[in-house]
Design a protein around this ligand. Structure first.
Ligand SMILES: *Cc1c(COP(=O)(O)O)cnc(C)c1O
Length: 410
């Protein structure tokens, strides 16, 4: 509690801003500087470069789902919905988990949230005490570090190790990162930004460690349906001993290409979900009334995510071949809509510097991998020359980007 009070007195926001390198102290006082994502999007807008930095689709999701949301607004689904989410959507999430993964989920243990972002934030704020430690993979999705800091907890990232076949879990490093203060493992698979989909044996390793040390596991599975080739995503909650200690988070944004709707969900053991719901009440209270019936309908119809994954697989190949032809070393992703490309073979050892110059050099914008690493970490230096490119853009946009990037090699 003392640590919490101290943090509050200093302003936890300041810790978060400093931790993520966001706080600028100028003569006119402190201000929050834009994230690298905002900086790169602004750079794309200013220079007319193709923005392959931020990961959002440039085509909307299924028309029938959009129509269902319009209908819901017309039909008067415009006031506060139930705090846990509407019954149809909670039932649809439970059915989805059973149909795809054989998980038995009680709809009453499903909580609808304002995107996966809120589910993760509410879970971390609910379960962490100041001084607790949270182990994540590194690189990590940027909101994790911010919310862990807001909770007054300590973030312990464990680097994924880059092999020619992709970024893989290091079980020994994960085990070594877990200590007496570790409260929670936060696992993201399929993994943003590397495109790694954890294998069954990697998931088993995580499960072993979680059971041995009696940890709660929070999983971020927002790319669950975006996997390629023969790769399949398996939720950690399906492994023996895991359902009773796992909070599973996903969201409709990536699956249905409606990233702006911000409807996510979390399910798990009743006690943990109640804790998350208690915090959610004071974050947003309820989430997006007219989107909930639309997504209940979407979840009941199965083929849309599969079609998206199939079309993304082709765009992934286009993107990877283009980057390789331009001279990057490419790590082919098995999931998500991102690919990691190393600029070192082109003579660039600083990815952030390359990102700032890329609009002028090749008319394209990307994000440096170091934006997903902690300053000074081993992963930060190992990934110093790597960039993240998205391929969730129309094929003609990607083709144009391929043509432009070829200039790098010319
Ligand atoms: C996009 C993303 C999120 C956020 O999902 P929302 O539903 O938009 O809040 C969470 N985790 C990862 C890894 C993401 O890429």
């Amino acid at each position: 509690m003392t640590a919490g009070r101290e943090l509050a007195a200093r302003g936890a926001w300041r810790e978060v801003a400093r931790g993520s390198g966001l706080l600028w102290s100028g003569p006119d006082g402190e201000r929050v500087s834009p994230t690298i994502f905002a900086e790169m999007s602004a750079l794309a807008a200013r220079t007319g470069a193709i923005n392959l930095g931020q990961g959002f689709p440039d085509t909307d999701g299924p028309a029938a789902v959009a129509e269902a949301a319009v209908r819901a607004i017309r039909d008067g689904h415009n006031q506060y919905p139930p705090g846990a989410g509407i019954a149809e959507l909670r039932r649809a999430v439970a059915d989805h988990q059973h149909r795809h993964y054989g998980l038995q989920v009680d709809p009453d243990a499903v909580l609808v949230t304002t995107g996966a972002t809120e589910a993760l934030a509410a879970a971390l704020l609910a379960l962490l005490e100041p001084g607790d430690e949270v182990v994540t993979l590194e690189p990590f999705y940027d909101s994790y570090a911010g919310v862990i800091a807001l909770a007054g907890a300590r973030h312990v990232p464990v680097p994924l190790v880059q092999h020619p076949t992709g970024f893989r879990l290091d079980e020994a490093a994960l085990r070594a990162a877990v200590g007496p203060r570790t409260r929670l493992l936060l696992v993201n698979t399929p993994h943003n930004p590397t495109g790694t989909v954890l294998t069954v044996s990697e998931l088993e390793a995580i499960a072993r460690i979680a059971v041995e040390s009696d940890l709660v596991v929070l999983t971020d599975e927002v790319y669950e349906h975006l996997t390629y080739d023969a790769t399949v995503h398996l939720p950690l909650a399906t492994l023996p001993g895991m359902a009773e200690r796992t909070l599973t988070v996903s969201s409709s944004g990536k699956t249905y290409s409606f990233t702006g709707w911000k409807i996510g969900w979390v399910h798990g053991p009743a006690g943990l979900v109640t804790a998350v719901r208690t915090v959610k009440q004071f974050l947003t209270y309820v989430s997006g009334a007219p989107f909930q019936p639309a997504l209940a309908l979407a979840l009941a119809v199965d083929d849309a995510p599969r079609r998206l994954a199939a079309s993304l697989a082709d765009r992934r190949d286009l993107r990877c071949e283009g980057l390789a032809a331009a001279g990057f070393t490419v790590t082919v992703p098995q999931g998500t809509y991102f690919v990691v490309a190393d600029g070192a073979p082109l003579g660039f050892d600083d990815g952030a510097e390359l990102c700032r110059r890329l609009p002028a050099l090749a008319g394209v914008v990307a994000i440096p991998l170091t934006a997903f690493c902690r300053d000074g970490s081993g992963a930060h230096s190992a990934l110093r020359s790597s960039l993240r490119f998205t391929f969730v853009k129309r094929a003609e946009v990607l083709q144009e980007a391929v043509a432009r990037l070829a200039r790098l090699n010319g």
